[in-house]
Design a protein around this ligand. Sequence first.
Ligand code: FES
Length: 337
Amino acid sequence: MRQPHGRLVRRDAGRRAATQERRETKRRPKGPVFAALSASRPAALAERIERAPVLDRPVRALSGTVVRALPPGPRTDVLHGVPFGQPAHPALVRMPLGCWTSAVLLDLFRGTERASGTLVAVGLAAAMPSAATGLADWSALHRHQQRVGLVHAVSQAGAATLFGVSLLARLTGRPGNGKILSAGGLAVATVGAYLGGHLALRLGAGASHAEPIGHLAALGWHDLCPLDDLPDGQLARRQLGYLSLLALRQGQAVHVLSDHCAHLGGPLHQGRVITVREADCVTCPWHGSTFRLSDGAVMHGPATARQPAFESRISDVGWVQVRPARASRAARRRAAG
Ligand code: FES
């Protein structure tokens, strides 16, 4: 009895599996259709751009031109947004996009030609600083980010051109053409804005890449390493749990910063120690961001976020002990309060 019963169970299970598969096949779009649909998703297209080496030649040419035109210095720091503590580009792009969107919406109503034209013109003027800040940031990105950034920039330049021609049409008595060109410009600008979002939010351009000290380092003092293990006057990397730290010993004093550069995560312990405005600083080996060793303040971009810093002391037994600088300030405030 056992054998027929087993066969029946297997046949039943096989039938159920076949039915399930038929249902799945019906529900699932056919292979090429499915692939086409996946590829048409905006995120998939943006990912393809990331992996498109065909863009590398124009990326190299434009990047070289931008780097030559914007050498490191105070002017380039302003374009990066160093004085504001965050990239200037995301804030500035709101102006042209806002003006152009409003112009296209006003075009839907009668008697708004003058207001629409003014908004198109203001948007064009605002696109200049927006482009300058974007190019400065773009020139200090990784290659796959630069590929997406290039298509983003070309889209926005195309949108600006369409709005420019639209303004010309409006000024020369062809408002109908002007409205159509503005609508086209807004569509192209929207594609460019999507790629800008992909660059910032998916690929992390503009975000701080420093490690989240608040989550990875508990409050209080931690043993880092014996003082004698640190070479005097040379940058060294030491591990504190999950955190990579940069340490610079100067006699009995030790400066400690998070090792992953806030710009794009470069290894600061491979950088150089330089003096900026009479303060000892470290420059990142990747794109030259410069941080003050005493507190991680940004002295030069492209980084805009402060590098997480640690306070240090030497214990009775000659060990370097560290604690997050912000936590220690809070502790001091608590103690004072
Ligand atoms: S990773 Fe770009 S400056 Fe450090």
